[in-house]
Design a protein around this ligand. Structure first.
Ligand code: ATP
Ligand code: LTN
Length: 336
């Protein structure tokens, strides 16, 4: 008889801040769906991470349900995957505290996202922003995660999570699975339409990103205005032609065309024709997602049912890890 193998576990999270971009979709969300069949997936809406920068409470609450609706709209199945709000599972914050005591200031000071965000929010460089990667490590380690699908910008955070897990395991024995990153080879980093040296980010001005919920005309307009170069030649060369290469990356991920095929097909059509093709591919991809989004977002009762059922199941898994951690660290067992 074949040995029964446990399906490997996936964990990932997206912050409910602003609108999700094509970068979030290509770097993360799209893969969430692709991995759902093969793995046990836990997909969180990481609201505790979102409050490391100041949020308007009403907008934050709405963004939480928006992201949950987008999770469902890309086709995630709540019977297979857990889809819940991070703050509904208190073990995330609890483990984060414990792991804070196993993470060094020096390690956190090296995080480029912290440096970047403290520049952008110079008036509010709070301790949460600094220890953000520890909460992220807690998210991942709580579920004994094997694989973490993220965009390339999160690689450094993931390495920290691995280091902290190994440090803890060396001290107390094998408590945590040490997670591996799952960063897509194509599409791992979608760049800004206006400054292709920077990643496409929902915290930047509107014309730099395509939002997953942008209308077709808006998508066409933003892509028409995307920065390229004056060479009028379609060739993949991220160093010398970052704008064109970024658009090729988007088109390639969405259509499956190779870079050579793209050069062959659009090389003679000029940047105008090429940008139109990218726009149509994006519109085509997002159209069904946007239609489903509308339905889910309008059905609050269903969203609440999903979030509650998933959080309950998540708490059961997270609670088991937390009991182990308490025992190993020497905290008295709770009878609550
Ligand atoms: P911000 O840009 O406001 O800091 P963010 O979009 O980076 O936020 P999240 O919403 O938490 O932060 O990101 C969710 C996921 O999307 C992460 O896995 C991240 O790696 C991925 N992601 C974000 N931007 C891009 C991008 N430009 N290209 C590829 N993946 C991305
Ligand atoms: N830090 C990530 C969001 C995030 C995450 C996670 C991703 C928080 N916890 C756990 C993967 C696994 C970001 O800023 N994109």
């Amino acid at each position: 008889m074949e040995p029964v193998q446990r399906k490997q576990r996936i964990f990932s999270g997206i912050q409910p801040t602003g609108v999700l971009t094509l970068g979030n979709y290509i770097g993360a969300l799209r893969n969430f769906k692709l991995l759902e069949e093969e793995y046990n997936c836990v997909y969180s809406i990481v609201d505790l991470h979102a409050i490391t920068v100041r949020q308007d409470p009403t907008a934050l609450r709405k963004a939480c349900f928006t992201v949950m609706s987008l999770y469902l709209a890309v086709g995630l199945d709540p019977d297979k995957s857990l889809i819940y709000f991070q703050s509904h599972v208190p073990q995330h914050a609890e483990l984060a505290w414990v792991l804070n005591c196993f993470t060094y200031m020096g390690e956190l000071s090296r995080m480029t996202q912290f440096k970047d965000k403290s520049q952008r929010h110079a008036d509010n460089i709070n301790a949460g922003l600094f220890t953000y990667p520890v909460l992220m490590a807690a998210d991942i380690l709580l579920y004994q995660t094997d694989l973490v699908p993220v965009g390339a910008d999160q690689k450094q955070h993931l390495e920290l999570a691995r280091d902290v897990a190994e440090r803890f395991n060396n001290l107390y024995g094998p408590v945590f699975v040490v997670p591996q990153p799952y960063i897509p080879k194509v599409g791992g980093r979608v760049m800004s339409l206006q400054d292709p040296a920077r990643k496409m980010s929902k915290s930047d001005p509107e014309d730099t990103y395509i939002a997953m919920l942008d209308a077709p005309d808006v998508i066409r307009k933003k892509l028409r205005r995307a920065v390229t170069d004056s060479e009028n030649c379609i060739r993949y060369d991220p160093e010398n032609k970052p704008g064109v290469s970024n658009l090729m990356n988007i088109l390639s991920t969405l259509t499956g065309m190779s870079y050579d095929q793209i050069t062959l097909e659009y090389g003679s059509k000029g940047y105008g024709g090429f940008k139109n093709a990218v726009a149509e591919a994006v519109i085509e991809e997002l159209k069904p997602i946007q239609a489903r989004f509308k339905e889910y977002f309008a059905d609050k009762a269903y969203l609440e049912q999903v979030m509650t059922a998933s959080a309950q199941r998540a708490q059961a898994i997270a609670g088991r890890t937390m009991s182990k951690v308490r025992r190993r660290v020497g905290l008295a067992p709770t009878r609550l």
